[in-house]
Write a protein that binds this ligand. Sequence first.
Ligand SMILES: NC(=O)c1ccc[n+]([C@@H]2O[C@H](COP(=O)([O-])OP(=O)(O)OC[C@H]3O[C@@H](n4cnc5c(N)ncnc54)[C@H](OP(=O)(O)O)[C@@H]3O)[C@@H](O)[C@H]2O)c1
Length: 348
Amino acid sequence: MNLLKPHPELYNVAWTTEQFNGMPYRLLGKSGLKVSNVGLGTWKFGYPDTGDGSRVDEKTAFEIFDKAVELGVTHWDTANRYNNASGNSERIIGRWLRKNPDQRRNIVLATKIFGGMDGTTPNHSRLSRGNILDSVYASLQRLQLDYVDILYFHSFDPITPIEESLESVEDLVKRDLVRYFAVSNFSVKQLNLFRSIEKSKSLRTRILAVQNQFDLLNGESEQHSGVLQYCAQNGMSFIAWSPLARGLLTERYLDPSRAGKGDRLFDEGTLERDTGKELMKKLHKLAALSKELGISISQLSLAYMLTLPGMGPVIPSSSTVDQLKSNAEAGKIVLNEKQRERIKQALT
Ligand SMILES: NC(=O)c1ccc[n+]([C@@H]2O[C@H](COP(=O)([O-])OP(=O)(O)OC[C@H]3O[C@@H](n4cnc5c(N)ncnc54)[C@H](OP(=O)(O)O)[C@@H]3O)[C@@H](O)[C@H]2O)c1
């Protein structure tokens, strides 16, 4: 078999092609785009002093970006609205790329558009032609880039005709302002709707990936259930957002009463809600298993997720360089069948 041209049936498995700086890569959907098994979520990167609600300042973000390249963590995920619609996550990435122009081609950068950013009229949000174009121009400006690798629709828009939205993305792709297209927070029904219009309009730009909520303790959200399986069956990559349940899938919350300031679930006021009895039982089972395997809970979680059919790269966010190093390791861990089965059992 030619390793660079996999058979179509192999698209449905998380097919690893090559590696960079020791990090294995996998294909995104039915495309030639290769992304690092472990990527980097940058939702909480911003300018905390400005009150934008971020957790990671520019200095730490730059250290994380430097280390990320060194570790082959080259798929970076952001959105225009992260941190109170400030654009600051994109802005920080842009400032780092400006300092490191030779790294541009190493990074596969994804951003998202949908919500209002720069105004409050009804035309400043959603997926109309105007808002799509203006949002992408503004993102490119903040990112200091000529193109983004992946553009996501951050949410489904029940108002704008889908043809209008998809044709606008196709135009952006033709102008090389956007290279690939994906969607986020979509249900199976919404995906089917989009894909039928892609087909009937003979659009060349197709949805390659779906970014929805998923982690080992909570699974998919009820509203978007079945999308992981849908991705596996249709050759699309599922990209889980909050894959570590915002930090719960680590050793930090095994005793929730010890969590405090500096721990995200505590800082965001969701500690009690997120540490229910049933979830904690499963977390402790995962803790015992990970201890036995000599890896951390987060590494076990990410490595296991990477084995699920349809799963694309994982994009945990890292608040420190040490977290990044630990998360990056997960991209190289190969769990055997018996270990995978035991993890599955622990989660039932
Ligand atoms: N499409 C969407 O609607 C959507 C929604 C949410 C997120 N996302 C994307 O998904 C990315 C990841 O999600 P997320 O940031 O919500 O949460 P996450 O990746 O599930 O968890 C990240 C948090 O876990 C802690 N952590 C990470 N690695 C750790 C390690 N090795 N050891 C100990 N603690 C660790 C950190 O908490 P502390 O800060 O407390 O240290 C960090 O903030 C986002 O950055 C964003 O790019 C997309």
